[in-house]
Ligand binder design. Structure first.
Ligand SMILES: Nc1ncnc2c1ncn2[C@@H]1O[C@H](COP(=O)(O)OP(=O)(O)OP(=O)(O)O)[C@@H](O)[C@H]1O
Ligand SMILES: [Mg+2]
Length: 364
C-alpha cells in the first residue's frame, strides 16, 4: 500500500487552467475525500492519479515513486466510476474475473480473489447471475468487487453513488466506509455532496475553481471553515450570514436589524480591527429557542419566522432578521407559526467571523 502526493500540480487544456498549484498529501491507509462544486477539478485530480490525464506541471507520486510518466496499468490503482458499466453478457463471476484474466492471473489464485471479494461484499450468492438480474445496489457492489479483486495500492472513487436512489446511497456510503476500514487501502473519493464528504472521509479536501480551499478532518472544516466559500459549502442546513460592521471599540457587531456583542472568546480576533466590514456566520445549531439550555455567552434577538419545515425529530425554521435570512432548527415542541415574531438566543462563542473583502476567516 502507499500514500499519494500532489506537489505543485497543474492541469491545463491549452490556455485553460483547470488545476493550479495543488499540494496535497494523502497518507497511507487514509480515506481522503475531494469535495467541491461541479467543474472545480475533482475528477481531473483523480484522473491524474490514475494516469488517465496528463499532468501539465508539478509531480504526482504514489508511494515513493513519481508517476507522471507511468502508464495507468503500471500505477497499481483501481478506479470505481459513477457509470460502473458491467459486461451484460457475462456472469457476475466473469465480470469480477475479467481484469484478473487480462493480467494472466492463474485460475486457483483468481478463484480465491473472486470468492474473497464476493464474501466481503455479500454477493457470493449472486456470482452466477447476469448483471440485469441484480438491483442497483448489488451492481454497485459488483463494481466495487472489480476494484477489490485487484488488491491495488490505492482505490480511486469518482462519485460512485450518484446513480443510486437516496436510501441506497446512505446504505452504500456506510458500506464503502466499512470496507475501507477493513481493507485499509489508501482511498481517494470524489464527491460534490458535502454530507458524503463529512461522513466518509478521515480528512476532506475542499476545492473550488481548481484550487484547494481547505484540508482537514470533517470536524476541523466544520468548526473552523477557512473562508466564506468553505463556510457556505459545508453544513446542512447551511450557515447563515449577516453583513456587519465591527464597531470602533471592537466589542460589538452591528448590521441591518441587529447588534450583537463580541464575546470575550473572540476579542483577541477582533482587537484593533474596528470599522472592518464582516460576514458573520451562524450555524443553525447555535440559534436556540429561549427555553433551550445554551452554552457560553449569548445574546437575544428577535426574528420574523417565514417558513417552518417539520422533519419529525426537529423543525427547520427559515426566518428574517433585517435584510438577512437566518436558518435554525428547533425541537418540534417549540414549533413557531409562520409570520410570527420570535425571540431566539444566539450562542456568541460559536460565531464565525470573515473579512467581507478577503473572504478569509478572521484570526488573531
Ligand atoms: N478536455 C477538456 N478541455 C477543456 N476543459 C476541460 C476538459 N475536460 C474538463 N475540462 C474543464 O475542467 C474543469 C474541471 O473538470 P472536472 O471534470 O475535473 O470537474 P469536477 O469537479 O469533476 O466536476 P463534476 O462534479 O461536474 O464532475 C471543468 O471546468 C471542465 O469544463
Ligand atoms: Mg467529476
Amino acid at each position: 500500500m502507499a500514500g499519494v502526493s500532489f506537489k505543485d500540480v497543474a492541469k491545463r487544456y491549452g490556455e485553460v487552467s483547470v488545476i493550479e498549484g495543488l499540494n496535497l498529501e494523502i497518507r497511507d491507509h487514509e480515506f481522503m475525500v475531494l469535495v467541491g462544486p461541479s467543474g472545480c477539478g475533482k475528477s481531473t485530480a483523480l484522473r491524474m492519479i490514475a494516469g488517465l490525464e496528463e499532468i501539465s506541471g508539478g509531480a504526482v507520486s504514489i508511494g515513493e515513486r513519481v508517476v507522471n510518466d507511468l502508464p495507468p496499468k503500471e500505477r497499481d490503482v483501481a478506479m470505481v466510476f459513477q457509470n460502473y458499466a458491467l459486461y451484460p453478457h457475462m456472469s457476475i463471476r466473469e465480470n469480477l474475473e475479467f481484469g484478473l484474466k487480462i493480467r494472466k492471473t492463474p485460475k486457483p489464485e483468481m478463484n480465491r480473489l473472486v470468492n474473497d471479494a464476493a464474501e466481503i461484499l455479500g454477493i457470493s450468492h449472486l456470482l452466477e447471475r447476469k448483471p440485469k438480474q441484480l438491483s442497483g445496489g448489488q451492481r454497485q457492489r459488483v463494481a466495487l468487487g472489480r476494484a477489490i479483486v485487484r488488491k491495488p495500492a490505492v482505490f480511486l472513487f469518482d462519485e460512485p453513488l450518484s446513480n443510486l436512489d437516496a436510501k441506497l446511497r446512505v446504505q452504500m456510503r456506510s458500506e464503502i466506509k466499512k470496507l475501507q476500514q477493513r481493507l485499509g487501502v489508501t482511498s481517494v473519493y470524489v464527491t460534490h455532496d458535502q454530507i458524503e464528504a463529512m461522513t466518509m472521509g478521515h480528512r476532506i479536501a475542499v476545492m473550488k475553481d481548481g484550487k484547494l480551499q481547505q484540508l482537514g478532518t470533517p470536524l476541523e472544516v466544520y468548526d473552523r471553515p477557512a473562508n466564506l466559500f468553505v463556510a457556505q459549502f459545508i453544513g446542512s442546513p447551511p450557515m447563515s450570514f449577516l453583513t456587519a460592521t465591527l464597531e470602533a471599540d471592537g466589542e460589538s457587531l452591528s448590521g441591518d436589524g441587529f447588534k450583537l456583542p463580541v464575546p470575550r472568546s473572540l476579542r483577541p480576533v477582533t482587537a484593533g480591527k474596528g470599522g472592518l466590514q464582516l460576514q458573520v456566520g451562524l450555524r443553525p445549531d447555535h440559534v436556540l429557542s429561549p427555553e433551550s439550555p445554551s452554552r457560553g455567552e449569548t445574546a437575544r434577538i428577535e426574528v420574523k419566522v417565514e417558513l417552518v419545515e417539520p422533519l419529525g425529530n426537529e423543525v427547520i425554521v427559515h426566518s428574517r432578521l433585517g435584510e438577512h435570512s437566518l436558518v435554525y432548527r428547533l425541537p418540534p415542541q417549540h414549533t413557531p407559526e409562520s409570520g410570527a415574531l420570535m425571540p431566539v438566543v444566539v450562542e456568541l462563542d460559536s460565531l464565525h467571523l470573515f473579512d467581507a473583502r478577503t473572504e478569509q476567516r478572521l484570526s488573531a
